[in-house]
Design a protein around this ligand. Structure first.
Ligand SMILES: C[S@@+](CC[C@H](N)C(=O)[O-])C[C@H]1O[C@@H](n2cnc3c(N)ncnc32)[C@H](O)[C@@H]1O
Length: 233
């Protein structure tokens, strides 16, 4: 399980294993979450990259903008059993995510909570995941969140960010347009506000005393997605 590449999507069998948790409890129920999850896991290298970044750590994970809690499912499939706390502004996703985790036997050590990151975030000590969420916050909230996330890191813990970076490349433009379309199509309630630049992230996290590593995490997607892993020392 742990030998998978960190920059490739899940292999089909593992993607199906995780996605099956998102099937409706009855055969005639809505399969949207199943197909969305399966497609994401099959095409996007996000979760293998995040799993590799957290592997070997045991600190609790605060997952900011957790959606349906897909990271929780990926962690458990990977044998990572640290406590997980997911927060998201979308109350419907949080309720669905909690029900799915309960049905899958993953409720122990997992907590789902409705939180608007534009207003604040819960106290935490451990690792922090911020996956495809920063763009929904304004510059001030992005900066405050990054400072607080850096302060939350326990020894050995990681701050794992996936974000499109603000730049003038074709990938940058595709990322911006797709996020807007996701909002217009109703997939995402929130409107993207701004994409942080690499320099901004590097400057802020380094000033907080963290070492920072940037890796492109495009996979076969056309997006300008990067995996940023920061830790103390
Ligand atoms: C692209 S999805 C990413 C979900 C998950 N992190 C993942 O990578 O699979 C962005 C998530 O951020 C959430 N979000 C957007 N703005 C937010 C805010 N102000 N506070 C909390 N969550 C927010 C959305 O509801 C959505 O679930």
């Amino acid at each position: 399980m742990n030998s998978r590449a960190a920059d490739a999507p899940f292999p089909p069998a593992e993607a199906r294993t995780i996605a099956r948790a998102f099937l409706p409890p009855r055969f005639y129920g809505n399969r949207y979450d199943y197909y969305y999850t399966l497609t994401k896991l099959r095409t996007d290298p996000l979760y293998p990259g995040v799993l590799a970044a957290l592997r070997g750590t045991t600190a609790p994970v605060l997952d900011l903008g957790c959606g349906l809690g897909l990271l929780l499912h990926a962690l458990r499939l990977d044998g990572q059993s640290m406590p997980w706390h997911g927060v998201d502004i979308d109350a419907d996703k949080i309720h669905r995510g909690r029900r799915i985790a309960e049905r899958s036997g993953l409720a122990d050590g997992a907590r789902f909570e409705v939180v608007d990151l534009g207003q604040g975030w819960p106290p935490h000590r451990g690792s922090v995941a911020i996956l495809d969420v920063l763009q929904y916050l304004d510059a001030q909230a992005q900066g405050a969140l990054l400072d607080d996330a850096a302060a939350m890191l326990a020894p050995g813990a990681r701050l794992v960010i996936r974000s499109g970076l603000g730049d003038a490349t074709g990938r940058g433009r595709t990322t911006r347009i797709t996020d807007r379309l996701a909002h217009l199509a109703g997939w995402m309630q929130e409107i993207p506000k701004r994409y942080p630049t690499r320099t901004e992230l590097e400057t802020r996290l380094t000033a907080a005393g963290l070492s920072v590593d940037f890796q492109p995490l495009y996979g076969n997607t056309p997006f300008n997605n990067w995996l940023i892993v920061a830790q103390r020392g």
